[in-house]
Design a protein around this ligand. Structure first.
Ligand SMILES: Cc1cc2nc3c(=O)[nH]c(=O)nc-3n(C[C@H](O)[C@H](O)[C@H](O)COP(=O)(O)OP(=O)(O)OC[C@H]3O[C@@H](n4cnc5c(N)ncnc54)[C@H](O)[C@@H]3O)c2cc1C
Length: 391
């Protein structure tokens, strides 16, 4: 046997025990290896951007919980935030000689191209229609003898009481939130009607921050939608949830399909720039001073809590591109730093869509879609609750 019997599991930013195929393999291998011991490594995933302040807080909560739950069956978790797995192992060379190193992968509904790479469509409707396989089911957590049942920690340690995401980032809280929104309240049933809301914890699932730091598996969410549909029947709300999860999947695979073009200013349409690179205006915007009170309220919520509703994000991006006429990539990079659920593929996919350089079918050969803010507020926040709360 090569090595000293240590089986290293590199989490690569996937901070959970549920639905982790590599964890199952690592546990099995540890049991089979004479003198085997499992070491879990939470390093900095290769190529990962720096996380912003809100996401870092969430990540620390998820790690603390994982640490405590792994400590029960005596599995050490080593956190090396400055180092990639390779660098961390190199620095540990004198103490650990791994027999095997296994690596966790980001949670996706499909393990391999759901539509062949060379035929991968540019727009979501074709993606959805073209799917010929069902998403793959999740794996339960492995049996780590002695592992205590997780205790949900619902409320976050600190934060603004107005936050739409007042939760801790750990896995038990993620699973508790899933149960709460899908089964304990009527959240999922009414999701189609409420999902464009702007204020509070209940208008949408609030699962994205957990997905972004890997404390929840998207296959687990999909499985729970199926379980809900078995119990209650397939209703509009649960079908719409599936659709949104497929949007996530579409952007993840699109990024892989288009490579650098996906994040480039001209996007997958390779359009010439049509903006004014005015730094002063951008700096004011990053401080919550956009020149429009509705947008300022959105930015204030983003800066304070890191969360913003989907509708709010659309308003902000549309205003940024159409009214301020600033480069969309600047707005996207700022969101990537500030959002508590920041995810490069999902963030860029949505910004590029709204900037008219991405996968919005209406924008091919035309202008980006523009949100009429006065009309939007009449539709989605007639009492201006959001503006009053965040001004
Ligand atoms: C400009 C802009 C930037 C965005 N940046 C991000 C980002 O960095 N990270 C991120 O997770 N989402 C991003 N989104 C998508 C969306 O706004 C959030 O996923 C959603 O608001 C998260 O809240 P929720 O979990 O309550 O969503 P729900 O409405 O409950 O949706 C359930 C899940 O479906 C997925 N989903 C929903 N809408 C979208 C969408 N438009 N695109 C892709 N997946 C979606 C998410 O995984 C979400 O958790 C962005 C949207 C816009 C317009």
């Amino acid at each position: 046997m090569a090595g000293d019997g240590t089986i290293v599991l590199a989490l690569e930013g996937q901070l959970r025990l549920d639905d982790q195929p590599a964890l199952h393999q690592a546990v099995e291998l540890t049991r089979r290896t004479p003198g085997g011991r499992l070491l879990v490594l939470a390093g900095r995933p290769e190529g990962q951007r720096l996380r912003g302040p809100h996401q870092r807080r969430l990540e620390a909560q998820a790690l603390a919980s994982l640490h405590a739950r792994l400590a029960a069956p005596d599995v050490p978790l080593l956190h090396t935030p400055q180092h990639t797995t390779a660098a961390a192992l190199a620095s540990l060379r004198s103490e650990v000689a791994p027999t095997a190193v296994l690596t966790c992968a980001e949670s996706r509904l499909f393990a391999d191209w759901p539509i062949a790479r060379e035929r991968f469509p540019r727009v979501f409707a074709d993606f959805r229609r073209g799917l010929q396989r069902a998403p793959e089911p999740p794996l339960p957590p492995p049996d780590l003898a002695g592992l205590e049942p997780p205790q949900p920690m619902r409320a976050a340690a600190a934060g603004d009481p107005r936050s739409a995401f007042p939760f801790s980032g750990d896995e038990p809280t993620a699973l508790a939130r899933l149960q709460h929104f899908f089964f304990d309240t009527d959240g999922l049933r009414s999701y189609k009607a409420t999902r464009n809301g702007l204020v509070g914890t209940e208008f949408s699932s609030k699962l994205s921050p957990f997905l972004a730091i890997g404390s929840l598996s998207v296959r687990r969410i999909w499985q729970e939608v199926l379980r809900y549909q078995e119990l209650q029947g397939a209703d509009e709300g649960s079908e719409w949830m599936k659709q949104e999860l497929l949007w996530r999947e579409f952007f993840l695979w699109s990024e892989q399909r288009h490579g650098a073009a996906f994040h480039a200013p001209g996007g997958i349409q390779n359009r010439p720039p049509d903006w004014v690179a005015e730094r002063e205006r951008f700096v004011r915007w990053t401080r919550g001073d956009s020149g429009h009170p509705l947008i300022d309220a959105q930015l204030n919520e983003l800066l304070t809590t890191g969360y913003l509703s989907n509708r709010g994000r659309q308003w902000v991006a549309s205003h940024f591109v159409n009214e301020l006429r600033l480069p969309w990539t600047w707005g996207a990079r700022f969101f990537e730093w500030m959002l508590i659920d920041a995810h490069p593929a999902l963030n860029t996919g949505n910004w590029a869509y709204l900037a008219g350089v991405g996968s919005d079918p209406r924008s091919f050969g035309g202008r980006p879609r523009r949100f009429d803010l006065e009309r939007q507020v009449r539709l989605y926040d007639p009492e201006e609750m959001h503006r009053r709360r965040w001004s």
